[in-house]
Design a protein around this ligand. Structure first.
Ligand code: T5A
Length: 207
């Protein structure tokens, strides 16, 4: 049985990852591709608990190293119990955020060294990397406006605008570094146009 493909969706706050994840899942199912959707941080019972700790804005101040290690601890569980078992049985995995988010948020947002993140990436993931990454990109104000319209902000969403500008820059830099894997899709356009671009990219990928 051929190994499944690993597709990740990335982007800053409120750019439309969750909305478009469901659209992509339906598109793949229409093409008879077995697929599961999952998310990071999260995806297993323990990783979801770690997600709660990471997003809780009432917690004690979380040090940058603790934040980075919590993200990778959740990822280790997610890979072992969800991602690898699916891929090895031929199921495609569609994941809302993965390690590009760590380069963007902890690397870009928190100014942590990329070499530290790369070290943990190799430790936790071995050779596992996404086969395709869809980087949804919109000006920071638009994404934050959309995120705010949903109500209470979490620990990350409560950061200052400069943090999100750094996150966006780091994401776009990742796309420049990995042009064959990461496809940038602008989401400051009507949803139907975003969906058409996604069909184009994923259609090519399937072929
Ligand atoms: N994190 C995560 C790290 O710091 N390091 C890491 O390694 C990882 C993996 C997780 C947080 O954890 C941090 C980053 C994050 O802050 P999250 O829930 O995954 O949090 O991320 P969020 O960005 O908070 O997710 P959101 O649900 O807020 O944003 P989405 O999923 O991008 O946006 P979505 O689809 O919910 O859309 C937001 C609103 O916009 C509308 C939708 O209908 C919705 O109301 N919308 C559009 N409106 C108009 N036009 C369009 N084209 C639209 N697309 C969507």
């Amino acid at each position: 049985m051929p190994r499944g493909k690993f597709i990740t969706l990335e982007g800053g706050e409120g750019v439309g990852k969750t909305t478009n994840l469901i659209f992509i899942e339906n598109y793949l199912k229409l093409h008879d591709i077995p697929v599961i959707i999952t998310r990071e941080p999260g995806g297993t019972a323990l990783a979801e608990k770690l997600r709660q700790l990471l997003l809780d804005k009432n917690s004690e101040i979380i040090s940058e190293n603790a934040e980075l290690l919590l993200v990778f601890a959740a990822r280790a569980q997610h890979i072992k119990h969800v991602i690898e078992p699916a891929l090895t049985t031929g199921v495609w995995v569609l994941c809302d955020r993965f390690t590009d988010a760590t380069f963007a948020y902890q690397g870009g947002g928190r100014n942590m060294k990329n070499s530290t993140i790369e070290w943990l990436e190799n430790l936790v993931q071995g050779s596992l990397r996404p086969d395709l990454t869809l980087l949804l990109d919109a000006p920071v104000e638009i994404g934050l406006e959309r995120a705010k319209s949903r109500g209470i902000l979490d620990r990350f969403e409560s950061e200052k605008i400069q943090f999100f500008e750094q996150v966006r820059r780091a994401y776009l830099l990742q796309a420049e570094l990995h042009p064959s894997r990461i496809k940038v899709i602008k989401t400051n356009q009507p949803l139907i146009d975003v969906e058409n671009e996604l069909i184009n990219v994923i259609g090519n990928f399937i072929r």
